[in-house]
Write a protein that binds this ligand. Structure first.
Ligand SMILES: [Zn+2]
Length: 117
């Protein structure tokens, strides 16, 4: 991958990363911790039944955002070590359209299809 392209993807990933960290911060989660200290959470819901349901939703969202953040950080490390844009399974370059759509893709289209098949 050319340097200019790599820099562009790095910018995309950087933006994604700050975006995800902001979202996690707004939800009251520490982006740098993997496990949730549920005891530290205070979502400020007065009704306890609603609170439990809402809390479940928020925790699921936090989990998803954290997963994405890990992927983005991994992609950024791959940019640094020069393996970014290569399929982790077959080692072939992942096409740019796919990377544009999902900058932290780790598999090429055909490996991804095999995986989900
Ligand atoms: Zn592949």
């Amino acid at each position: 991958m050319e340097t200019t392209e790599r820099n562009r993807f790095r910018e995309l990933l950087d933006e994604l990363r700050s975006d995800l960290r902001n979202q996690l911060g707004e939800l009251g989660a520490n982006p740098d911790e993997d496990s949730l200290e549920t005891g530290d959470f205070d979502f400020g819901f007065a009704d306890s039944a609603q609170s439990t349901a809402e809390r479940g939703k928020v925790l699921a969202l936090i989990d998803r955002l954290r997963g994405q953040l890990r992927e983005v950080e991994r992609a950024l490390r791959k940019i640094e070590d020069g393996t970014y844009g290569l399929c982790e399974r077959c080692g072939q370059p992942i096409n740019n359209e796919r990377l544009e759509a999902l900058p932290y893709s780790t598999l090429c289209v055909s490996c991804k299809q095999k995986e989900s098949a």
